[in-house]
Design a protein around this ligand. Structure first.
Ligand SMILES: Cc1cc2nc3c(=O)[nH]c(=O)nc-3n(C[C@H](O)[C@H](O)[C@H](O)COP(=O)(O)O)c2cc1C
Length: 234
């Protein structure tokens, strides 16, 4: 029988300037507080070093494993829930994260992510800079895979704080980086990140326990040419 300890949660993020990377650590702490196991990964960079230099992007945290193509299945399938973190790009998902998703056609065809719970946390420069549109406009990726969105809602009282500026919303934890990126995640934003990890993980634990009683469902295969499926299968 499943219990909290048997539940594995993966945190998968992209971070250019380190804000999301910092939030990921607190999300992990929240997951672990629920009794579940947690591993943190980052998706590969897609921009050239030349471009990154021009954007003043610092070096990435080398202690956090990068999900190379051969590790993709393991990172997405071999867990009971996934928490994604990414900064907004024009109110949407960054290309690095989209490229990551665009490699998952084989899993989509086989319904391997069906019913897997997920949540998202965000970073934007400014308030109103698009954290909520980033959630909404990325949903199609998860929905087509049949994944289950576990937003934080108002399960965390800090989200209702009106006496200080903060990121995050019922759609997920969030931080505001400032227009020059110098603002760092605040204590409140980090507390919400931790609470979101715990909230998500508790739902994932309940789902794992409940699902043991359910019959396993196969995906109704969408129409993609078989040759393409063979070639792209990962
Ligand atoms: C190409 C590009 C587009 C961006 N679009 C937005 C935007 O629409 N709204 C916003 O508030 N911030 C925007 N930003 C700022 C990033 O969201 C910000 O740098 C990021 O949240 C910092 O997180 P990180 O340190 O984890 O990379 C954009 C940044 C870049 C490079």
């Amino acid at each position: 029988m499943a219990n909290a300890k048997s539940v594995k949660i993966h945190v998968i993020y992209y971070s250019m300037y380190g804000h999301i990377a910092q939030m990921a650590k607190r999300v992990q702490k929240g997951v672990e507080a629920s009794g579940a196991q947690c591993e943190v990964f980052q998706v590969p960079e897609t921009l050239s070093q030349d471009v990154l230099d021009k954007m003043y992007a610092p070096k990435k945290d080398e202690k956090v494993p990068v999900i190379t193509h051969d590790k993709l299945r393991d990172a997405l399938i071999n867990c009971d829930g996934i928490i994604f973190g990414y900064p907004t790009r024009f109110g949407g998902m960054p290309g690095q994260m989209k490229t990551f998703w665009d490699q998952t056609g084989g899993m989509w065809m086989k319904g391997e992510l069906l019913n897997k719970p997920f949540s998202i946390f965000f970073s934007s420069s400014t308030q109103g800079g698009g954290q909520e549109t980033t959630a909404l406009s990325s949903l199609s990726n998860f929905i087509h895979h049949g994944m289950i969105y576990v937003p934080i809602g108002y399960s965390c009282k800090q989200l209702g704080e009106m006496n200080e500026v903060h990121g995050g919303s019922p759609y997920g934890a969030g931080t505001l980086a400032g227009q020059d990126g110098s603002r760092q995640p605040t204590a409140l934003e980090l507390e919400v990140a931790e609470a979101s990890g715990k909230h998500f993980s508790e739902v994932a634990i309940a789902l794992k326990i409940g699902r043991e009683a359910l019959p396993k469902k196969e995906a109704a295969t969408p129409s993609v040419p078989q040759k393409a499926v063979q070639r792209d299968r990962v």
